[in-house]
Structures are given as structure tokens and as C-alpha cells.
Design a protein around this ligand. Structure first.
Ligand code: FE2
Ligand code: FE2
Ligand code: FE2
Length: 166
């Protein structure tokens, strides 16, 4: 284990802590503990700072074209390899929550790969990808350009489950 491995471990840990604290903050908010929620959000923000510093120290933030290629390959690995295996195992084990969660992500990663490819094509001809509103479904993560659909084609929830990305 060298420092490069340590940075990868620390990046993974800090990234997870960020999402865990945001989930805890949401729960604290629902339970009426506003200040605890704020504390979780503050620590979550700090963990993001740590995670990004580790990633930079790893040298994994490159030029945008390189970053888009890395993003395409990460998303492609997930929907062609990682999630299909996980979905199969969740089915075998009868874990419905895991199966739904994996299935939703699997569908969306394919969409992400396509959006990133389109952006990479644009960047490669020297321009930014065309301007479009982007909406994300808060139930399944479905990522849609243009406008939010009446009903999410992945999870079936209504239009109101979509948030516009600023
Ligand atoms: Fe931290
Ligand atoms: Fe993704
Ligand atoms: Fe959805």
C-alpha cells in the first residue's frame, strides 16, 4: 500500500461520508432536528472538500475531453458489467430493494454514457455541448434533457419528481 492507494481509499471514504451525512441530514430534518441537520450538512460539505483534494492529489482531474472519456468509461463499466451482475445476484437472493435500486441506476448510467459521448463529440470539434435544460428524477436519477416528462419512463413517478439542474 503506497500513497496512491491511500489517496484512493481516502477519496472513496470521504465521498461516502458526504453522501451518508446528506442522507442523515435529510432524516434529521424530517425528525425536526434542524440544528443536527445543519451539522450533518456542514460536515458533508467538508468531506466533499477533502474528497476533491484527494482526487486532485491523485491527478485524476484532467482536461475536460479526458474527463469526459473517463466518465464514459466509468458509466459504461457500470451498465455493461457491474450492475448486470449485481441485479442477477439480488434476484437470486430475493433482495427486492437492492434489485430496484440497481435496476434504476443501471438504466440511468446508460443515459449518462450517451450524454457524455455527445458532449465529448462537441468538445472534440472545439465547442461546448448545445444548451439544454437538464432534469433529474429524485426517485431513480433519470437524467433528461429538454423538459421533464409527464411520467418518469424508468421509475413511473410523476413529473413533480424531477428537479431542474442549475
Ligand atoms: Fe473528512
Ligand atoms: Fe451515472
Ligand atoms: Fe424516475
Amino acid at each position: 500500500m503506497g500513497t496512491v492507494e491511500d489517496l484512493k481509499t481516502a477519496f472513496a471514504g470521504e465521498s461516502q461520508a458526504n453522501r451518508r451525512y446528506l442522507a442523515f441530514a435529510k432524516k434529521a430534518e424530517q425528525d425536526g432536528f434542524k440544528q443536527v441537520a445543519k451539522l450533518f450538512r456542514a460536515a458533508a460539505h467538508a468531506e466533499t472538500v477533502h474528497a476533491l483534494n484527494h482526487l486532485k492529489a491523485l491527478g485524476e482531474v484532467k482536461e475536460t475531453a479526458e474527463n469526459l472519456k473517463a466518465a464514459v468509461s466509468g458509466e459504461t463499466f457500470e451498465f455493461t458489467n457491474m450492475y448486470p451482475g449485481m441485479i442477477k445476484r439480488a434476484e437470486e437472493e430475493g433482495n427486492e430493494a437492492a434489485k430496484t435500486s440497481f435496476n434504476n441506476a443501471n438504466h440511468v448510467e446508460k443515459i449518462h454514457a450517451d450524454l457524455y459521448k455527445k458532449a465529448l463529440d462537441a468538445i472534440s470539434s472545439g465547442k461546448d455541448v448545445e444548451t439544454n435544460d437538464i432534469y433529474v428524477c429524485q426517485i431513480c436519477g433519470n437524467t433528461v434533457e429538454g423538459g421533464a416528462p409527464e411520467k418518469c419512463p424508468i421509475c413511473g413517478f410523476p413529473k413533480s419528481s424531477f428537479n431542474k439542474v442549475e
